[in-house]
Design a protein around this ligand. Structure first.
Ligand code: ZN
Length: 203
């Protein structure tokens, strides 16, 4: 998307917000527009912390205000919200009709992808008594970094398990050896005792 197109989309998004504010007789605070602008400056998804950081140089907005305002933007169709486990992120969506995203369920990373097949399937889908505005297709899974990390962790666990098994096998063998030895000793003692008894009788 070129810069002019981005500016046009932001202006359209702002006018959606203005219409809402006027319809509900709300005050036209600059805060909401600043948040909208900051949200639209992100290419791709962002967390509430990232948005707060981006706003810091220009205006201080509290987290409750950010959550409330982003909630309003979601209702107005200006941003979409992804929630994966505890990770919540947002993304501008006005002027973008279809989102194809791969979402990592472990770290919450959102990676956009393209699919002509899905695009055509969505276009040909009938929506009974419903007019869709925009569509989000989320494919949940695990990203390369998380896969690498998890397989490393799994290998470590496997190694630890093998070591633990070897150790307990050794302990078992030691115990057995000790048992055999003490049985042998007892038998030897009994034999000697027996011999002494026999000798006693002979005397
Ligand atoms: Zn991941």
């Amino acid at each position: 998307m070129d810069k002019r197109e981005s500016i046009r989309i932001l202006e359209d998004a702002k006018s959606v917000l203005t219409q809402y504010i006027e319809r509900h007789g709300l005050r036209k605070t600059q805060e909401r527009y600043a948040i909208l602008e900051a949200a639209y400056n992100f290419n791709g998804s962002f967390s509430i912390e990232e948005l707060s950081d981006a706003l810091k140089p220009t205006c201080q907005v509290t987290y409750p205000t950010l959550y409330r305002t982003l909630g309003l933007f979601v209702t107005l169709g200006l941003v979409i919200r992804h929630t994966h486990h505890a990770v919540q992120c947002y993304e501008k969506c006005f002027g973008v009709k279809t989102f194809f995203q791969m979402v990592c369920v472990h770290c919450g990373k959102v990676i956009p992808f393209k699919s002509v097949v899905l695009m055509e399937a969505l276009r040909d889908t009938k929506y009974p008594r419903f007019r869709p505005n925009n569509t989000t297709v989320c494919v949940y899974g695990s990203c390369t970094q998380c896969n690498t990390r998890m397989s490393r962790e799994q290998k470590k666990l496997d190694r630890q398990r093998v070591l633990q098994e070897k150790k307990s096998q050794l302990l078992k063998e030691e115990r057995l050896k000790r048992q055999v030895e003490s049985r042998r000793k007892r038998r030897e003692e009994a034999r000697q005792q027996n011999e002494q008894n026999e000798e006693g009788k002979d005397d």
